[in-house]
Design a binder for this molecule. Structure first.
Ligand code: FES
Ligand SMILES: [Fe+2]
Length: 365
């Protein structure tokens, strides 16, 4: 795993308490509803699979409503800049990769991986040279994924990066999976905090056919978040999920496997969703099993031979359902006891959005 720390530029109208602040990459304030819709800041997010950005590549991605450029420099280090030239805002992603910097296609201004202008070829010695005026994010790579700390304002402090335990344990073998869904990220969170859908939506799947179709749930606090779990069934279906709040928010869950699925017992999942914009999401899953030696080889062979396709089919059931939900599907619902987890995660995110909106308004952290 590699980590690179950078500072965010081009985010604040003015620094200091009592001054209004802009959200990094937006040049404006966002209210609580906009923050909730496009994504809460001041946390690490998975951005894109590492394998999709080779050395010398420049890739444009939209995340949290902002266009970003990912480029891997000549040393292999990933860089993440706002995809906007500091001169007149042309997308840097259509420019040229110069090893440790990129050159804008429009007038040739060169920006390095920290967002500093290193050359203005049309006017050497121009005052823009040497200034760090393009937003660049702190990035880290691990579990075949590029992660970035997405700051609220340019004064935000980058927090430490830590992979979820299940992805940072040599006894656990994982496969990563990436998808983009035309569905707001909040629907993803609601869906994963709703284990009961496993017994219905995924009833015909290879792994979620067992157990009762009725249950009672409870919330149990943990030192990193909370469990939402069935009180009367475990080890038969999608019976529990843990919402974890560490350097990033993620869910951790297990689904039992039949013996025919090979060694390693239950199948673990780490899930995360990163808003692309208010209507679309980048969805990251890691499918895991606790296996070593020959069992690891069997799991990795079976996953590629048969299980991956089955997992895709299950994920497609989620995607199709969530993409079919109306834009106001979470208004005027009639929730019942199974929806305690959904209600809880919504409260967590609503509180975060209000807090971040207040920081933007009064400038106090
Ligand atoms: S807009 Fe990029 S160099 Fe002018
Ligand atoms: Fe599901």
């Amino acid at each position: 795993m590699t980590t690179e720390t950078a500072t965010a530029a081009a985010g604040s109208k003015a620094a200091g308490k009592g001054k209004r602040k802009y959200v990094v990459g937006t040049r404006r304030q966002l209210d609580a509803a906009e923050l909730a819709a496009t994504g809460l800041r001041d946390r690490w997010y998975p951005i894109y699979p590492s394998r999709f950005v080779g050395t010398g590549d420049m890739v444009k991605v939209k995340r949290l409503g902002v266009d970003w450029l990912l480029f891997r420099d000549a040393t292999g280090q990933i860089r993440m800049l706002e995809d906007r030239c500091p001169h007149r805002s042309a997308p840097l992603s259509v420019g040229q990769h110069l090893g440790d910097r990129v050159a804008c296609k429009y007038h040739g201004v060169q920006v390095d991986g920290q967002g500093t202008v290193v050359s203005v070829p049309g006017m050497p010695g121009c005052a823009l040279e040497g200034r760090t005026v393009t937003a660049s994010l702190a990035v880290a790579e691990g579990a075949d994924t590029i992660f970035a700390f997405v700051p609220l304002t340019e004064d935000s402090e980058v927090t430490g990066f830590k992979l979820p335990d299940r992805l940072d344990n040599p006894e656990i073998s994982w496969f990563s999976n990436y998808a983009e869904w035309i569905s707001p990220w909040r629907y993803y969170m609601d869906n994963v905090l709703d284990p009961m859908h496993g017994a219905f939506l995924h009833r015909d799947s290879h792994s979620m056919f067992g157990g009762d179709t009725s249950a009672r749930f409870r919330i149990r606090e943990t030192d990193r978040g909370f469990f939402f779990e069935k009180t009367d069934q475990r080890g038969k279906n999608f019976d529990w999920v843990e919402f974890c709040r560490e350097s990033m928010d993620y869910v951790d869950l297990e689904i039992p496997y039949a013996e025919s699925a090979g060694p390693g017992g239950s199948f673990g999942i780490v899930g995360m969703s990163t808003p692309i914009d208010e209507n679309t999401s980048a969805v990251f899953h890691w499918r895991t099993r606790t296996v070593s030696d020959w069992e690891r080889d069997v799991w990795r062979f079976m996953y590629k031979a048969t299980l991956e396709e089955k997992h895709w089919a299950v994920l497609e059931q989620d995607r199709e359902l969530l993409e079919a939900l109306a834009a106001d599907a979470d208004r005027g619902e009639h929730l019942y006891q199974h929806d305690l987890g959904v209600a809880r995660i919504r409260r967590v995110h609503e509180a975060d959005a209000q807090k971040q909106a207040a920081i933007l308004l009064d400038g106090s952290a």
